[in-house]
Design a protein around this ligand. Structure first.
Ligand SMILES: [Zn+2]
Length: 419
């Protein structure tokens, strides 16, 4: 198999001119634990401008983390007290947390060992991620191919790594993407760890014996870079077709019940569905890649944060797909494997029933239109009182047990479709 090198832009060309980072001084994060009756009370705030729900569950008794800017804190607290919603202050000043995050990243950059190809003790920027993929293509040219499925809005390669030990492109494919939501840094980190284990850990070769893996570790690189350079909490793409506000929620942009429910028509909303379905180049190149390989793709996993949840369709309706029991059983097995390896309990269910109503999400489109039955959204753990994402020093302790869940998914495809 041929290793095609990605065209790597120099780092300077990728970084925006030194823009001042958006400050989050005085922003507080509250953890609410609503009862069944209080769920609508909490939901009232979901669409409120300036309020940012970090965790999403609308299950009674599940914690919900909410970022509240200074000007809304009084009103928010009054609302919580009035409805007697159990809550605690999780983060007193978010800017302090991000300041620490930046400081740690700078310290590591200085002390970085040039010999080590990848480290799971830091969150990598996009050029470093592409460089790692490129290195794998050079060093494992028998099994690894790295390509670009297209370019992002700002022209970055949408890098994909294909891992195949043979079979001349006839084997079933497991497709994984991560990072469609820019700020969810643990998701690309987890995708990189899966890549690392499948390619560089010889003991995991059974997982690639009869199945091919296609992994896109950062499907929204423009947004991802923007979270490093300018706005840590950025979620959307960085397209500027609509003049009022930048970007579209890529995970509301797929054309299956597009913009029907649980998404916004307001370009300034964090859940803006876009001016039309597949308006974003990132989602349409992903669609094209899926369509080109549709006969072989047997499993789709999209990595997000935060949860922890393993979710299957549908997002747009509370109804369950006919084969939900198959999906549920596989999710239960995956959860148990990672629990046994020391991971947290993942809540399992349909996207709509566990998180919220959302239409135009990728896992719905992959099942409902592309016809890949096994389609899951995986929400990795968040940072708790340490921020949106876990501190970089915790990456390994999260992605290591998480890989055991991925192993169960991989083994299932090998057992049922491998060749
Ligand atoms: Zn997400």
């Amino acid at each position: 198999m041929r290793a095609s090198a990605l065209c790597l832009l120099p780092l300077a060309a990728l970084l925006a001119p030194a823009l001042a980072a958006v400050p989050y001084s005085g922003h507080k994060v509250y953890r609410l634990v609503p009862t069944e009756e209080q769920l609508p009370v909490v939901a009232e705030w979901r669409q409120r401008e300036g309020i940012d729900f970090w965790s999403k569950a609308h299950l009674a008794g599940h914690p919900v983390d909410v970022r509240v800017p200074p000007h809304l804190q009084r009103e928010f607290l009054v609302h919580l007290y009035r409805h007697r919603v159990e809550h605690q202050l999780l983060i007193n000043d978010l800017e302090e947390v991000f300041e620490n995050e930046r400081h740690r990243a700078q310290t590591r950059a200085v002390s970085k060992n040039p010999e080590s190809r990848i480290s799971f003790t830091e969150y990598l920027q996009y050029d470093e991620i592409l460089q790692y993929l490129s290195d794998l293509a050079s060093n494992y040219s028998d099994t690894v191919t790295v390509e670009s499925i297209g370019n992002s809005y700002a022209g970055r390669d949408l890098g994909i790594i294909k891992i195949s030990s043979g079979g001349d492109d006839t084997r079933p494919i497991i497709l994984i993407d991560a990072g469609i939501h820019a700020r969810e840094w643990i998701a690309p980190a987890a995708a990189l760890y899966v890549i690392n284990q499948l390619v560089e850990n010889a003991e995991e070769s059974a997982l690639t014996d009869s199945v091919d893996w296609h992994i896109i570790p950062v499907i929204n690189p423009d947004g991802y870079e923007y979270t490093f350079t300018t706005e840590r909490m950025w979620r959307k793409t960085r397209s500027t077709e609509i003049v009022t506000c930048v970007g579209v929620d890529g995970n509301r942009n797929f054309n299956f019940h597009w913009n029907e429910t649980g998404s916004s028509s307001d370009p300034c909303s964090d859940t803006y569905a876009g001016p039309m379905d597949f308006s974003e180049v990132e989602t349409s190149y992903l669609r094209n890649h899926i369509n080109r390989n549709i006969d072989r793709i047997k499993l789709y996993l999209t990595f997000h944060s935060y949860g922890a949840y393993i979710l299957y369709p549908w997002g747009y309706t509370g109804d369950l797909p006919d084969d939900w029991e198959t999906l549920d059983a596989l999710a239960q097995d995956a959860n148990e494997a990672q629990l046994a390896a020391g991971g947290p309990e993942y809540t399992i269910g349909s996207f709509n029933n566990v998180l919220y109503t959302a239409s135009g999400v990728s896992s719905d489109w992959v099942k409902g239109v592309a016809g890949v039955n096994l389609s899951f959204t995986l929400e990795l753990p968040g940072g708790g009182d340490e921020g949106f994402d876990p501190p970089a020093s915790d990456i390994l302790s999260i992605v290591t047990p998480f890989f055991e869940a991925i192993r169960v998914f991989g083994q299932y495809i090998a057992d049922n479709y491998g060749r």
